[in-house]
Design a protein around this ligand. Structure first.
Ligand SMILES: Nc1ncnc2c1ncn2[C@@H]1O[C@H](COP(=O)(O)OP(=O)(O)OP(=O)(O)O)[C@@H](O)[C@H]1O
Ligand SMILES: [Mg+2]
Length: 549
């Protein structure tokens, strides 16, 4: 018999390093991101990025920041070496872009790293070369600042190389990274050179001028300033007037305390006030900064620091809606079909009101079910009058918000083995990571068989096999989307599949539960597609119709 204990082995440090590095360094653009963050944390006023061959043969980031002393420079490529976090309590309120002391070590694990640096008080610079666990440091002439060169990326991880796109596409992704940071830090000069050709030059500028350089002058003239402030929360930046729009969310940028973040929900909140002003398939452009107490942001939740966890999410999302609504105020809604903000949002559109309004007004409150109409609508009483809720649209929105949120999962026990066709298996493969992120943990189980281990918690009561069929149907349409858009599309489709349908008979208790959930939704007025989730007939409206007024 085989010794069962010998199956598990502790990985050698070299393999462990390489696996950890894979989490941080996914592609050349992730290296560019980490190096830019280091330059910005070092207080650079000018940063120059150079890449060749899509970043595989060369990535170089050069800054005029604080530089490093010889001792610091030799430590920088070590794992968990950082100047940014000293005590455990520092982790509760991170004010720098970096904090893990992991980026340079990860780069050194999968590439050849060469650092030239000099701190202003040092007479001589330092050169540090690191690769494959070896670090060498020595004196060299260097200007004040730091230049980090990364050569032969993924030379020792051929599998990772295979997953990369064409050099042209990788260069584009790196360029988008540079543009994203340049929008966040308009006061810093940025420059990008691709294959020896200067492709982006952004001198220090005002936020709006920087938008002009990064996204186009024609875009900048159509941007509206956003400035919104509450006691502990500030939302500022620019959003597009409804006179322009895009087919995708490429030109939507969100920064929380100066850190670029990806968030489907923030995008939804930005887009909500455009309903009725922009055709439903067009997306607004936006560069939005959200500034809040760093204690309320947990930045340590994503291996590439692309997502953050927010406490008081609801007030942040509410603030984005209010801030954008206030900026859009001069532009009236055109279409009634997609109401911009059905009650209770409409007060927010009075000038000045938006600022004074309390957060509570954003919730639908005090709904009490009276009965069901045609097994499709819930008729309810509220403080303001009679509310008719579209049961499918409302539930769809509730599920969509939950699916876009925490990623909580419900285990399928025992895991469900599913045999797919070769084509289905091939389709599913590249999406396993994204699906796991949504809460669908699916694992290859040999051949074309997969194990479904979990469902997103909001879909816990659904039939797993039916959900899987829905995903397989939806995936072909996701292949050309960027990961954010694909995730959103799958969340929308899952919400639609899992939601109560028109025709479902609901008990009073079920109606009550649905209304409670709707009251707790961030954006209860519409479903994810922009259709209204409920209609309000106010008491005043009734009085007018009965000619009591
Ligand atoms: N361009 C730079 N200028 C000055 N110091 C730098 C620069 N790049 C790196 N350093 C120093 O090297 C240290 C290690 O950098 P590294 O990116 O590995 O970790 P970090 O930025 O502290 O955290 P994270 O892993 O989250 O990025 C930094 O804390 C900083 O002190
Ligand atoms: Mg860093």
């Amino acid at each position: 018999m085989m010794d069962a204990l010998s199956v598990i082995q502790v990985l050698s440090p070299e393999i462990a390093e390489r696996i950890a590095a894979g989490e941080v360094v996914e592609r050349p653009a992730s290296v560019v991101k980490e190096l830019l963050e280091n330059s910005l944390d070092a207080g650079a006023t000018a940063v120059s990025v150079e890449i060749s061959d899509g970043g595989l043969s060369l990535i170089r980031v050069f800054d005029d920041g604080s530089g490093m002393s010889r001792a610091d420079a030799a430590l920088a490529p070590e794992r968990f070496s950082t100047s940014k976090v000293r005590a455990l309590s520092d982790l509760d309120a991170i004010a720098t872009l970096g904090f893990r002391g992991e980026a340079l070590a990860s780069v050194a694990a999968v590439a050849r790293l060469d650092i030239l640096t000099r701190a202003p008080e040092e007479l001589e610079g330092t050169r540090v070369q690191a690769s494959g666990g070896q670090i060498e440091a020595g004196p060299v002439a260097s200007p004040v600042g730091t230049s980090v060169t990364v050569r032969d990326l993924f030379y020792n991880t051929p599998a990772r190389r295979k997953f990369l796109k064409s050099p042209l596409r990788e260069a584009q992704l790196a360029r988008q990274t540079v543009i994203r940071y340049s929008l966040a830090y308009p006061q810093v000069a940025f420059r990008l050179v691709v294959n020896g050709r200067e492709t982006y030059v952004a001198p220090p500028a005002s936020p709006l001028e920087r938008i002009g350089v990064a996204l186009g002058r024609d875009v900048a003239v159509d941007m509206l300033a956003v400035a919104w402030e509450a006691a502990d929360l500030r939302v500022w930046g620019h959003v597009s007037a409804p006179t322009i729009g895009r087919r995708n969310r490429q030109d939507q940028f969100f920064f929380i305390n100066g850190r670029p973040v990806r968030s489907g929900l923030l995008a939804v909140m930005l887009e909500r006030p455009y309903a009725g002003r922009l055709p439903p398939e067009r997306r607004p452009l936006g560069v939005l900064h959200i500034q809040l107490d760093p204690h309320l942001v947990d930045v340590n939740v994503h291996p590439r620091k692309e997502e953050v966890r927010l406490s008081q999410e609801r007030s942040i999302y509410g603030a984005v809606i209010k801030a954008v609504s206030a900026a859009l105020h001069p532009y009236p809604q055109i279409s009634q079909e997609f109401p911009a903000m059905a009650w209770p949002f409409d007060e927010a559109q009075q000038p000045g009101e938006a600022l004074r309004e309390s957060q509570a007004n954003y919730a639908v409150g005090g709904l009490e079910p009276l009965g069901q109409l045609q097994h499709a609508y819930i008729v309810a009483r509220s403080r303001e009058g009679l509310v008719v809720v579209d049961q499918h649209a409302a539930h769809e929105q509730i599920l969509f918000e939950r699916l876009s949120g925490s990623g909580a999962v419900h285990s399928v026990t025992p895991p469900l083995p599913v045999a797919l066709t070769a084509r289905e298996a091939e389709l599913l493969g590249p999406f396993l990571g994204l699906l796991a992120n949504l809460g669908f943990e699916i694992e290859p189980f040999g051949g074309h068989t997969f194990l479904l281990r979990s469902l997103p918690a909001p879909l816990a009561t659904q039939d797993p096999r039916m959900l899987l069929d829905m995903l397989l149907e939806e995936l072909p349409g996701c292949r050309r989307l960027d990961p954010d858009a694909a995730r959103e599309r799958l969340a929308m489709k899952s919400a639609c599949t899992g939601a109560i349908k028109a025709g479902d008979i609901l008990s009073m208790a079920e109606m009550q539960a649905l209304l409670r959930d709707l009251e707790a939704a961030w954006s209860p007025a519409t479903c994810p597609h922009g259709r209204p989730a409920f209609v309000l007939l106010t008491v005043e409206e009734l009085e007018r119709r009965f000619m009591r007024r």
